[in-house]
Design a protein around this ligand. Structure first.
Ligand SMILES: [Fe+2]
Ligand SMILES: [Fe+2]
Length: 354
């Protein structure tokens, strides 16, 4: 699964992220036929204006909890108590309100330590190796991940140390978080497992699409890949919660039609943001995931959520065979990234997918 998620080797190293704080060089883009002819299109508009100020992790977590509570109460009102059916709806909504941050979400102590070291700019690679070696499953997953085509470069690694050296800190973070998401997926059970599995399989394309579009939005490519991979992880967590309720009740859940769909649609952003904060991901990435549908965007350029918003719109268009309507996407998402950059990003992602 992980090697599939990481996609092909193509493009993985060609667009290394710029140095932190570096001003982007004047950029040009190649669209499909231009690229074929070797012609380079006009320079892209610069990214201007301040980026959105990020809150600290505790403030973002509080905001996610408040949004989950607000939506849960609204769902309660939309799906009032109706005898037996209402009983299970009540149980689900109570579970959402009370059990959401259950201990099962926590990575293993070794994974938490690894994510903490990765988040520390002065983190010690040797300490990272030691932390991962404490968790045999984590170590095996990492070696397997580093052995995929993207990183292997000839012979696959056989030790955690070799895997960490090949992946680098960001690559290790992707591997650990993908492992976390997969462990949530594995906990889901019938009848929710197929839906959760289908949801997870869609991110096989999302990571590469986000990476292909990263530079146009001013997002570092590896961070874009990570965002694409985990942007809908809140849906997996919700399927996990439904599976847990199903196991508690030992029967199929009787829920009003539409409740699960609506809960998935309205809650996967704040639940995903909260999960990522608990997994030690940077606030900037958790924020992007918590706001990627841009339902009420705040003023200021928000590269991560703008990128994910367009990735989801593009995937919707590709799934249904509709032509990308970048102008409408920019307007409806109140994007502050210039339209020509979004056009170029979409063209590049489509080209890569073709
Ligand atoms: Fe989403
Ligand atoms: Fe999505």
């Amino acid at each position: 699964m992980l090697s599939r998620l990481l996609g092909s080797r193509r493009g993985a190293r060609a667009d290394e992220p710029p140095a932190p704080g570096a001003q982007p060089a004047p950029e040009t883009t190649r669209t499909g036929e231009h690229a074929a002819a070797g012609a380079v299109a006009a320079p892209l508009s610069p990214l201007v204006g301040p980026t959105l100020a990020m809150p600290d992790a505790a403030t973002l977590a509080e905001r996610c909890r408040a949004e989950i509570a607000r939506v849960t109460i609204a769902l309660r009102e939309r799906y009032p108590l109706q005898g037996l059916t209402g009983d299970h709806a009540e149980r689900l909504l109570v579970k959402l309100a009370v059990d959401l941050e259950m201990a099962a979400w926590q990575p293993s102590a070794a994974a938490q330590e690894a994510l903490r070291i990765i988040a520390d700019p002065d983190g010690d690679p040797a300490a990272l190796v030691r932390a991962i070696e404490r968790d045999a499953a984590l170590g095996r997953g990492l070696v397997r991940h580093a052995g995929c085509a993207l990183y292997a470069g000839g012979t696959p690694p056989s030790t955690v140390e070799d895997a960490v050296r090949r992946l680098g800190a960001k690559g290790v973070q992707v591997a650990v978080l993908a492992g976390m998401a997969e462990s949530v997926l594995q906990r889901t059970s019938e009848p929710y497992q197929p839906m959760a599995q289908q949801q997870w399989s869609q991110v096989a394309q999302t990571g590469p699409h986000a990476r292909a579009m990263a530079r146009a939005f001013g997002v570092v490519t590896q961070e874009a890949f990570l965002l694409g991979l985990v942007h809908d992880v809140g849906k997996l967590v919700l399927f996990d919660l439904l599976s847990a309720l199903h196991a508690e009740l030992r029967r199929d859940l009787l829920l009003p039609e539409g409740l699960v769909d609506e809960a998935l649609e309205l809650l996967h952003e704040p639940i995903g943001g909260l999960a990522l904060l608990r997994w030690g991901v940077e606030v900037r990435a958790a924020w992007a995931v918590a706001h990627h549908h841009r339902r009420a965007p705040e003023p200021g350029r928000d590269p991560g959520s703008e990128l994910l918003y367009v990735v989801e719109r593009l995937q919707g268009a590709l799934r249904t065979g509709r032509a990308p309507d970048v102008e409408s996407w920019c307007r409806e998402g109140a994007l502050e990234t210039p339209g020509d950059r979004v056009e170029a990003a979409v063209a590049q992602a489509v080209e890569g997918a073709g």
